[in-house]
Design a protein around this ligand. Sequence first.
Ligand code: LLP
Length: 415
Amino acid sequence: MDYFNYKDNELYAEDVKVSSLVKEYGTPLYVYSKATLQRHMRSFEEACSSHKHLICYAVKANSSLSILSLMAKMGAGFDIVSKGELLRVLEAGGDPKKVVFSGVGKTDDEIAFALKTGINCLNVESEAEAYNIENIARDLGIKAKIAIRVNPNVDAKTHPSISTGLKNNKFGISYDKAFDVYKKLSQSPYIQISGIDCHIGSQMTSGQPIVDAVARLLELYHKLKDNGINIDHIDIGGGLGVTYGDETPPSPSEFMSAVIALLKDIDVAIYIEPGRAMVANAGILLTQVLYTKQNGDKNFCIVDAGMNDLIRPALYNSWMNIIEANKKTGPKLCYDVVGPVCESDDFLGKDRHLCVERGDILAVRGAGAYGSAMSSTYNSRALCAEVMVSGDKSCVIRKRQDLKEIFANEVIVDL
Ligand code: LLP
């Protein structure tokens, strides 16, 4: 459920007509609904409320400072994957003690910065990384709190590009090796074993894979405990899917209740790292129709947002809903909605039935997650503006990039 709805055939973001946002801020434009973000955060809180927990919003899904600040104010922690993301969290007022740091390739500088900042936990993804963290912690005279990201070899049954928990994926330490690594690390004076972590994939539309993964983590928890290694949290990662089209993912409370049922008798906190489910349906991308044309037997609707603004359709062949900002009554044509970028794969949607002409506004729904965050300046196109709406108010949260900023760091040399 979100707050992008039609009133008299006009699309609104909360109480603001999106056509008025376009007049004020131009296109392409990301628009976020504050009420939707708050609603999602609250539903995760409620879903976890019967057990000790920490919700670590996965910054990578949408790292806008305003969104991070809103999450921080609502009590969220953060799952980060780079020093840049940590700097964003700190800038937005996030509490470092609620930050977990995931990622297979943390650099020495990133590890040292995270340790000095006093984050909650480093999620370790290889034995080599664990020893590197130990060395850096020793040099700094700090005890590093770590969890091992265990690869439980569970199929998340999602798109292969966003499946991460299978034994041949690059992520985590294989389940069979994890216990030995824990044992070795437990001897180190510079490592404090804090948790067990996993993240098996994204856009999961069933809760079963996560239940299977958590059952494996629970076995490991008991084995560690029997060997005197006590942890204080189990991190189940993110991955809860959303409805882009006809998917019917579980609600946060359905998703969490099975996990909590498995863990209810053990005295550890549950950490969860939701990204997509928190922000996807809290954002839309508004784009203007530049031209329509027919090539061969295809109709094209050429819009001013391209794969550089929203790469999910081009990269994963993801289906994202495209709707008209102003629903008209005329006949609909079947269009491929394509951007201006010089790539055949630059499309936002294929075979969409729309009644559009030059100047009309389209909205891509579900664009709040992995939309702006994955955008680029390919074709020297500016990063687009972003706006937050609350009730009948709207505010820019990122200015449209000035075109000259794109090449501001470049130098012309003549060697
Ligand atoms: N934790 C870890 C360690 C992750 O790698 C991810 C996502 C998350 C949490 C958050 O997962 P979520 O709740 O958003 O599913 N760009 C792709 C998604 C990549 C997900 C990467 N990892 C897309 O647009 O579908």
